[in-house]
Design a protein around this ligand. Structure first.
Ligand code: SF4
Length: 268
């Protein structure tokens, strides 16, 4: 039985909405993000104790197959936290490198016909030496990714047209997804732009738009151009492999959408 859907979804919805209502333009996103991740991590740890993975996960530092996608789906809240982290911790040269990588990624994305978007395998501009350079503030969808089979991940990256579902620890996937829904609902409650965005253009906007945070907090739809354009994919994870048997990933987004079969960093 899933015991974490409601606490995550409704709890994070309230945390996000109340914090922004109480603080308005003075809302500090980083502590709020830490609260979100703290709740998500606590629930993940508890679920892992009660219903652990059926075998060791293949994920390890330096394995980055799932960081090669057409793009990565993020909420405005998450991308603004990542941008703040970059602006606070990177020097000017390092920031320029990120912007160059974003420009390259956008060029590659534009070169791909729409029917091939689902097969794009471009390195995330935040990937450095096959490691996430913003690991502490990485998006929830990146935290959802996991795999029992690293070879399957590699094959899917190398031959994306022949990809197959990746066996995974389903609870980790679902917990991150429900947390993301909670964020989206909380933002909706305070009338802020809340759609899933494509990370690459969204990060460019967040890094280069003057007063991005304040404008977004004022209700401006500054990320319009970055709203995800990928069509919803059909199918769902390989449930028998993907979960430990009792987790059912229905209605993860609380819509008629199903989680993607390809189990990538979906932007749907
Ligand atoms: S944000 Fe980090 S974890 Fe997510 S795809 Fe980019 S490099 Fe990988």
């Amino acid at each position: 039985m899933i015991v974490y859907e409601k606490p995550l979804r409704d709890g994070l919805q309230a945390i996000i909405a109340n914090a922004i209502r109480d603080n308005g333009n003075n809302t500090a996103l980083s502590p709020l993000f830490e609260s979100v991740i703290g709740c998500t991590t606590a629930i993940t740890d508890s679920v892992r104790q009660n219903d652990p993975p059926i075998k060791p996960l293949a994920c390890e530092a330096g394995c980055s197959h799932c960081c090669y996608q057409y793009d990565v789906g993020v909420t405005p809240f998450e991308i603004l936290c990542i941008a703040a982290h970059i602006l606070e911790t990177y020097n000017k040269d390092e920031q320029a490198v990120v912007l160059d990588k974003i420009a390259m990624a956008e060029k590659k994305k534009r070169s791909l016909p729409i029917e091939d978007w689902g097969y794009g395998k471009f390195p995330c501009p935040l990937l450095v030496d096959e490691k996430c350079s913003v690991y502490e503030v990485r998006p929830l969808v990146c935290r959802a990714m996991n795999s029992y089979d690293g070879d399957r991940c590699r094959q899917n990256r190398e031959t994306p047209r022949n990809d197959s579902s990746v066996p995974m620890y389903g609870h980790q996937y679902e917990i991150a997804k429900f947390a993301r829904v909670g964020i989206q609902r909380g933002l909706s409650d305070v009338s802020l732009q809340n759609e899933i965005l494509e990370l690459v253009p969204a990060l460019r906007i967040a890094l280069t738009t003057s007063g991005a945070l304040l404008r977004w907090l004022a209700g401006e739809r500054i990320f319009e151009e970055a709203v995800s354009r990928l069509p919803p994919r059909s199918g769902r994870p390989n449930d028998k492999e993907a979960t430990n048997g009792d987790a059912t990933p229905d209605s993860i987004l609380n819509t008629t959408e199903k989680p993607p079969r390809r189990l990538n960093h979906d932007t749907s």
